[in-house]
Each structure stands twice: as C-alpha cells, then as structure tokens.
Design a protein around this ligand. Structure first.
Ligand SMILES: C[S@@+](CC[C@H](N)C(=O)[O-])C[C@H]1O[C@@H](n2cnc3c(N)ncnc32)[C@H](O)[C@@H]1O
Length: 317
C-alpha cells in the first residue's frame, strides 16, 4: 500500500495524522480487516509513539514515519496479527509482550481471569494459591499476580517458545513491582502434574487449546498462533479431559475451577465436570457476544456423586 503525500501540514514535510489514518483504515477495510479504523489508529499511534487518544494532537508523520506506517499496514493486510506488529497485547490492566511462537491473549479470556480473581479475592489469609494451566504469554497468571498481590501464582506451560515469552513477561512484571509468578515447564495432561500441590490449590484457571481439529480458523490464527495453542484434538476436548481430572486432584475441598472452551462446547464441558463426580456448582458462562465461553465449578468437599436431573446451569459473566 502506498500513502500518497497529498496533504502535508502547511509549510512542512509532515503529514496530518487524520489523513494517514484514513488512508490506512481504507486499505485495511478493503482487505477485510473488521476493526479497520481502530487498527489504523493503533498502528499510527504505535509509529508516532503516542497514546492512541492523543493521535489528533500529534505533530504528524515525517516521510520515514509514513513509510513505516505503510509497511505495517501492508503486513496487516497480509493478515499478520496487529499484536505481532506492535509487539504487545493488552490484557485486563497489563500490556504483554507477544510475537511469533506464543498465542495472542484474547479479550474473552479476560472474563475467565476476572472470574478467578474475584473468587480468589475471597480467600483467607495468607492469600490464595492460584494455578494457571496452559499459560502461554502468562496473561491469566500475571493478571492474577497484579490484581491480587497476596496470591501465590503458579503458571504451567509446555512450549519452549511460549515459555520464553512467559518468562520475559513475568520478569517485566517483577520489575514493575508485582510478586513473582512461579513458572513451571510441564505437560498439563501429565497425571502427576504439580504433585506437591495436591489438595492445596484455591483456584485453578485454564485456557487450553480447544478448537476441534477440522475447524477453519481465520488467517491470523492459522498463520501466526501456534497450532498447539489452538487445536485440542479431533473433538477439541483432548486437553480439557485430563485437565478436569487433574484439577479435581489439585484443588482443595471447596476450591474453584474455571476452564475456557470452544463455543460449541457449552454443554460438553459442564457435562464432563458433572460426570467426573468431584465437582459441584457447575455453571457455564457466555462471553461478551453471548457465546458459551467458559465453565466453572467447585471441588466437592464430601466426595458425593452429582445429583441426578439438572446438573449444571448457565450463568452470566
Ligand atoms: C489457548 S493458549 C492460552 C494461552 C494463555 N493462557 C492465554 O489465555 O492467552 C493455550 C496454551 O497452552 C499451551 N499448551 C498446549 N498443550 C499443552 C500441554 N499439554 N501442556 C502444557 N501447555 C500446553 C500452548 O502452548 C499455549 O500456550
């Protein structure tokens, strides 16, 4: 894409942000990028190194900056994720470093993290033990650590590339003053996962790979999110099944589990939780678009099998 320098600010070689943004937005919209205007503004703000809200007040683009915006828009038109272009993803109150090799955290997962944070906030002193399985960039774990300073947080991830991003983000948060998150390199489907924490975890959160294998995903996902972060086997439940079983072992009686799932699994995941027999209060929650998105449950304290009849409910987030 080329941005013609038709509207330089009076008497200079600078180009008005409004003009550059409008042209970038048109190129993105023509390429089918949904939030074209918002993304054009974010790219323009990134190039000018100003907050997006201050774009209109910025001096404007010099020719090098215009060329830089041009190049970024070209990459976005080729469906590189916006967050890879800027190197950062917003998640609740965090800015996380992301790029090739790690899953870009999604807004819908903020709801799961928020649910877990509110639940963990009620824990008695000295503070909750929170586990984040399939941690990726560390989004959930680091949000918990930031928002609940008394929490001990353990983040588990298997991919070496994702672990590099997770450790980098964790170090950044320690530098910002947060309590360190404990990073564990492990397969969350291992039957002996976190053996030293059995029966002690207050809240266990997990955003696993859950997309059924034959699903066609958007080009940003297919080309840039690691496949092992996205696809959860033929039915999408390959990681979820063992995670539920291990969560039941790791949680203390009364502890809470929150697990994100595919929007086609709004009945399947609650059914798996009920069928396990060690959970109660099974609820499925919608995301902001109304799609079934995550299931929650409490670890039974009495080991009873679930009651027959209506065994789980749909909640609101
Ligand atoms: C959907 S991403 C979620 C990342 C992060 N929690 C988030 O919400 O942005 C799933 C993550 O699980 C990791 N993963 C997949 N299978 C795993 C396994 N068996 N054990 C540990 N991590 C796994 C992937 O590498 C990926 O980082």
């Amino acid at each position: 894409m080329t941005i013609e320098p038709q509207h330089p600010s009076e008497g200079s070689k600078r180009y008005r942000p409004s003009v550059a943004v409008a042209r970038a937005a048109r190129a993105l919209a023509d390429a089918g990028v949904e939030a074209a205007r918002a993304e054009a503004e974010q790219l323009a703000a990134y190039v000018l190194a100003v907050p997006r809200g201050r774009l209109a007040l910025a001096d404007g683009f010099d020719p090098d900056q215009l060329a830089a915006l041009d190049a970024l828009v070209g990459r976005r038109v080729a469906r590189e994720p916006l967050q890879h272009l800027t190197g950062s993803a917003a998640f609740r109150h965090l800015e996380l470093a992301v790029g090739p090799g790690v899953f870009v955290p999604r807004p819908e997962t903020e709801l799961l993290a928020g649910w877990g944070i509110e639940w963990a906030r009620r824990a008695a002193p000295p503070g909750p033990l929170v586990v984040d399985l399939c941690s990726g960039s560390g989004a959930i774990a680091l949000a918990v650590a930031q928002e609940l300073p008394a929490a001990r947080v353990v983040a588990v991830e298997r991919s070496p590339e994702a672990l590099d991003w997770l450790r980098r983000n964790a170090a950044d948060r320690v530098a910002a003053g947060d309590r360190p998150v404990e990073v564990v390199e492990a397969d969350v489907t291992a039957p002996d996962l976190l053996a030293d924490l059995v029966g002690q975890v207050d809240v266990l959160l997990c955003n696993p790979p859950y997309v059924p294998a034959d699903t066609v995903v958007p080009p940003e996902v297919a080309g840039h999110d690691p496949a092992e972060a996205v696809f959860g086997g033929v039915d999408g439940l390959t990681v979820i099944r063992p995670v539920i079983a291990r969560a039941a072992a790791l949680l203390r009686p009364g502890g809470a589990l929150g697990i994100e799932h595919d929007d086609t699994h709004g009945a399947d995941v609650p059914a798996l939780l009920v069928a396990d027999g060690r959970f109660t209060d099974v609820v499925d929650h919608p995301d902001l678009t109304g799609r079934a998105r995550f299931a929650t449950a409490s670890r039974r304290s009495d080991g009873r099998r679930p009651d027959s009849g209506r065994a789980w409910q749909t909640g609101s987030s």
